[in-house]
Design a protein around this ligand. Structure first.
Ligand SMILES: Cc1cc2nc3c(=O)[nH]c(=O)nc-3n(C[C@H](O)[C@H](O)[C@H](O)COP(=O)(O)OP(=O)(O)OC[C@H]3O[C@@H](n4cnc5c(N)ncnc54)[C@H](O)[C@@H]3O)c2cc1C
Length: 310
C-alpha cells in the first residue's frame, strides 16, 4: 500500500522527520511508517503518531549497510515518499537507495509539501544566497537536515511495530577496528548559546577572552572556518557555516567575524545575533540583531563583566 516512509539512524532526527511526515499524511491521505534500527525507539514513535514502525534487524552494525534491505522493502511497500535524515550516514544511504529505486532525490530540504500529485521542496543554493523550489515526481526521496523540524510529540498514537530480520552483510568487507571520534566539549549544533570567534582574534592565547565570555553567558565556543581549518586553534567540529556546523541557538555572539555568507548560513536560525567588529561596514551587521562597532579586546571583557554581575 502506498505510504510515506521515514528513516534516520539518529532517534531524535527520526522524530523530527515524523513531524514532516505527519503533515504530508494530512495532504496525501497515506499512512506514515518509520524504519528504525533501534527497537527501543519504536514505542515512542508509535505514540508520536507513526502508523507502523519497522525495526530492521541485521548482523552488520553499520547503518549504511541497510540500503539494499531498505530498497527492497520500499519497492514491496510501494512507498510514495521516503524522508531521510541528512546526517553523513543518511546522505550515503539516500544516494544508494535512490539509485536502486531510480527515484528522484532532493537533498537538504528545508520544507516538504505535497502539491499537484508531486512533492515540492525548498532548499538553499549558492551558499545560502538563494532558495530554490523543486518538484519531485512520486516516488520521491528527500533528505532533511537535523533540527529542520521540531520533534513529533506524543499524541497517543496506536500504530503497530513489526520486526524485520535482514541480511546486511557487505560482500568483501570485514570490520577490523572501530575508533570513535572523541568530541572536545558539547555538540555546538545543539547548544542554546554560542560565542563565536573569527579572525579578528589576533593570537591563539586570546581565545581566553572568548572562553571567559562563554563561561559568563553559559555558552559553547564556536568559530569561523579559518580559525579551525587554517590556524588549528579549535577543532574542526567547532566551525560554523555552510561546510561546518549549523547552529540554532537562542543567542549567538560573534566577535571579530566579518560575516561572509558561507558563515552566516550556519547561524541564520539563531534567535538573537550579537556582533562585535571594528569595521562598521562588515556584512555581519546586516545579519545581526545587535551590532557593536568596536574592538573585541575592549568589548568582550566589558560584556563578560556585565554578565557576571547579573
Ligand atoms: C566553499 C567555501 C566554503 C566555506 N565554508 C565556510 C564555513 O562553513 N564557515 C566559515 O566560517 N567560513 C567558510 N568559508 C570561508 C568564508 O568565506 C570566510 O572566509 C570566513 O568565514 C571569514 O572568517 P572570519 O570572519 O573569521 O575572517 P575575516 O573575513 O578575515 O574577518 C575578520 C573580521 O574581524 C574584524 N576585526 C579585526 N580585528 C578586530 C578586533 N580587534 N575587534 C573586532 N573585530 C575585529 C575585521 O574587521 C573583520 O570583519 C568558506 C569559503 C568557501 C570558499
Amino acid at each position: 500500500m502506498p505510504g510515506i516512509w521515514i528513516y534516520s539512524e539518529d532517534s531524535a532526527v527520526a522524530r523530527q522527520l515524523l513531524t514532516a511526515g505527519l503533515t504530508l499524511k494530512q495532504s496525501m491521505q497515506q499512512p506514515v511508517n518509520v524504519l528504525t534500527l533501534e527497537e527501543s525507539d519504536a514505542p515512542g514513535l508509535i505514540l508520536a503518531g507513526a502508523d507502523k514502525v519497522v525495526v530492521l534487524k541485521g548482523t552488520n552494525p553499520w547503518p549504511e549497510s541497510y540500503s539494499a534491505a531498505i530498497e527492497t522493502l520500499l519497492k514491496e511497500e510501494q512507498a510514495s515518499v521516503f524522508l531521510i535524515g541528512a546526517t553523513l550516514r543518511g546522505k550515503d544511504l539516500a544516494a544508494k537507495v535512490a539509485a536502486g529505486l531510480k527515484a528522484g532525490l532532493v537533498t537538504d530540504a528545508l520544507t516538504v509539501s505535497y502539491v499537484s500529485g508531486a512533492i515540492e521542496t525548498t532548499r538553499l543554493i549558492y551558499g545560502g544566497l538563494a532558495v530554490r523550489a523543486e518538484m519531485v515526481a512520486l516516488p520521491a526521496m528527500v533528505t532533511i537536515p537535523p533540527r529542520t523540524f521540531a520533534e513529533a510529540e506524543s499524541c497517543g498514537g496506536q500504530g503497530q511495530t513489526v520486526t524485520l530480520p535482514v541480511n546486511n552483510e557487505v560482500a568483501g568487507v570485514t570490520i577490523q577496528n572501530v575508533c570513535p571520534i572523541v568530541r572536545q566539549g558539547a555538540d555546538i549544533s545543539a547548544a542554546s548559546r554560542v560565542v563565536c570567534v573569527g579572525r579578528g582574534l589576533a593570537k591563539q592565547e586570546d581565545l581566553g577572552l572568548a572562553e571567559q565570555l562563554a563561561a559568563a553567558a553559559g555558552a559553547e565556543i564556536g568559530c569561523t572556518r579559518g580559525i579551525s581549518e587554517d590556524y588549528h586553534w579549535l577543532p574542526n567540529d567547532r566551525y560554523i557555516g555552510i561546510s561546518g556546523q549549523k547552529v540554532k541557538p537562542e543567542l549567538y555572539i560573534g566577535m571579530g567575524i566579518s560575516g561572509q555568507v558561507q558563515h552566516v548560513v550556519g547561524i541564520r536560525d539563531a534567535k538573537i545575533i550579537v556582533a562585535i567588529d571594528t569595521n562598521e561596514k562588515a556584512p555581519i551587521f546586516e545579519a545581526a540583531d545587535y551590532g557593536i562597532v568596536g574592538d573585541l579586546y575592549e568589548v568582550a571583557p566589558l560584556l563578560t563583566a556585565a554578565l557576571q554581575k547579573k
